[in-house]
Structures are given as C-alpha cells and as structure tokens.
Design a binder for this molecule. Structure first.
Ligand SMILES: Cc1ncc(COP(=O)(O)O)c(C=O)c1O
Length: 303
C-alpha cells in the first residue's frame, strides 16, 4: 500500500503520511463526536481556514465527504419559494441533495447555455435561483463554460454553486479550479469539494464561500450537525496537502505536462478523445466489450 502511494505522488505523499501519523500520536484516533459537541480540535479550524484561503473565500465548513457537503447544502439555504437549476450530468450527490430540498427543480442539458437561459427565464418568479454544476464532469472530463454561466447568472440575478471535486487541485495554473481556469475567481457563491481526490485521497469534503452562507450551514446542515467529525489524522494530512499546493504548483505542473503528453500521443496513435480541459481523458472505443478487453490488457501491462 505504501509503495503504491509513494509511486503515485513522489515524495509529497510521505509528508502526508507523516502528518497523519503525527496527528494520530498527538491528537488521537477519532473524536467520538459531532463537531459542535466535542468534535472540534484546533486542527479542524485550521484546515477550514486553509481551504478558504486557497479558494479566496470567506469561510469553510468540513464534512465527512463531499457527498455529505452536497447532501447538506441545499435544504438549509433554499425553500419552496426558491429554484435550483441543475446540469443534467451533475454528480449523484448533487441530485440527492436537491431531492432533500423543497425548492423547485429545473434541469438543463449538459453545459448547454441556451437551455440554461431557457430555465432561467422559466424560473423567474422564484425568490432565489441557484445554478448548480460540476466544475469537471467525471465521465468526459469536460468543463462547463463558466464565463457564460456567470454572464447568465448576472443577467437573471441567480447564484452559482460549483462542485470542484474533480477540478480543485488539478484545473487552473495553480490548481484553484475552474474559477482560475476562466479567470473568474470570486464569482462562484458556493464551492463544494472533496479531500478524497487531489487533496490526499482519503476521505473528507467541504463547502466554502461567503461567511453568511457557511454560518447558516453550521447551524442547519444535517450531515454536519448529525454526523461524526473527520478524524484528526485525515485533517492534519489535509492541512499538509493545502500547504503544499498553496506554496508551489510543482505537482500541478507535472500533472498538466503528463496530461498534455498523454493527450497528444493518444491522438497521434489514432484514438478518438473527447474534448477535455481537465486531467480526465475519455478514450472513446464505442464498444463495451472491446473496452473491457482493452482495460484487461492495460491491467496486464500494469497500467
Ligand atoms: C463531482 C463529485 N462530487 C462529489 C463526489 C463525492 O465525493 P466524496 O467521495 O468526498 O463523497 C464525487 C466523487 O466521486 C464527485 O465526483
């Protein structure tokens, strides 16, 4: 297991393991509590601050997973007077979160701005409207046109929520996600993300944004209120990871170079690749059986 980790992320993964071990020895194995009873250590507060600083937001709230962050974000903020306008390919956790909320639901075709505008026009009678989209869609690796979403949100007075799970730590020159890619930092009202991918790969999620929004979530978001706090070793490794990605974009540079190289050489080799702006590269074989054979051969190659 350790060998695999060292292989995938060079020396930095050792620093994460050291941070996790340090927290295990000095802060204990687990909190046996939700955050607001006795599940908050200074580590949790520090990680929340570091995440907010990384994204340039005002405050952050941690969850056991991004599934919980998305599950607990809509219901406390929106009522039946409001509307959620959701991309048709959004992650299952967004879909479940929307189901738990009484706001009216509108769905637009994947990254289709004409359809989004239609939904914004259709939903105009609602008090608040929240456009919600994955920042990178996990199947094709495509990115929604955030510049156009921001323009439409301004035109129709809507809020924007991004799920940066596949994007933060990866997309943008320094890995700040798609708001960096489009040079629109500060334009998303709510950002959710995971510690389970680029930021360590264990578990944990977060919502980051305006202080007023995070304050409401701390008071009313059910997966935060009624579920155990993240274990200190995961939190301390998370702190280390945000320190690393805040200080240098070395890991992102390497990833971007690898991605560009893979994309170029796969295209040169004649493969059909879906347009991507992320590290997810969908190699289209258009045949389920062939893709299984292909995957098995790759496994045999040790890929
Ligand atoms: C877009 C997106 N959102 C949320 C999640 C859930 O993240 P977590 O594993 O932290 O629950 C995932 C996980 O695959 C994801 O791809």
């Amino acid at each position: 297991m350790t060998v695999l980790l060292v292989k995938t992320a060079d020396g930095n993964i050792n620093e994460l393991i050291e941070s996790a071990k340090y927290a295990l020895d000095n802060y204990g194995y687990g909190m046996s509590s939700v955050r607001f009873i006795c599940g908050t250590q200074n580590l949790h507060k520090t990680l929340e601050e570091k995440i907010a600083k990384f994204f340039g937001t005002e405050d952050t709230i941690l969850y056991a997973a991004c599934f919980d962050a998305n599950g607990g974000v809509f219901e406390p903020l929106l009522t039946k007077e409001d509307a959620i306008i959701s991309d048709s390919l959004n992650h299952a956790s967004i879909i479940d979160g929307v189901r738990l909320c009484k706001a009216q639901r509108y769905r637009y075709a994947n990254a289709d701005m004409e359809d989004l505008e239609k939904m914004l026009i259709k939903s105009q009678e609602h008090r608040f409207r929240l456009i919600v989209t994955d920042a990178v869609f996990s199947m094709d690796g495509n990115v929604p046109p955030l510049d156009k979403i921001v323009k439409l949100a301004k035109k129709y007075d809507a809020l924007i929520m991004l799920d940066e799970s596949h994007s933060a730590g990866v997309v943008g020159k320094t890995g700040r996600g798609i708001t960096e890619l489009f040079n629109l930092r500060g334009e998303a009202d709510i950002i959710t993300g995971t510690l389970g991918k680029a930021f360590g790969g264990a578990i944990g999620g977060f919502t980051t944004g305006k202080k007023e929004i995070i304050d409401i979530l701390r008071q009313r978001s059910r997966p935060y209120l009624f579920s155990n706090s993240i274990p200190p070793m995961v939190v301390n490794a998370g702190i280390k990871m945000f320190d690393i990605v805040s200080e240098t974009s070395e890991l992102q540079d390497k990833l971007h170079n690898n991605t560009d190289y893979f994309l170029k050489e796969m295209k040169n080799a004649g493969f059909d690749i879906k347009p991507t702006s992320s590290a997810i590269i969908a190699v289209m074989l258009y045949d389920a059986k062939l893709s299984q054979i292909f995957a098995n051969k790759l496994l045999k190659e040790g890929t």
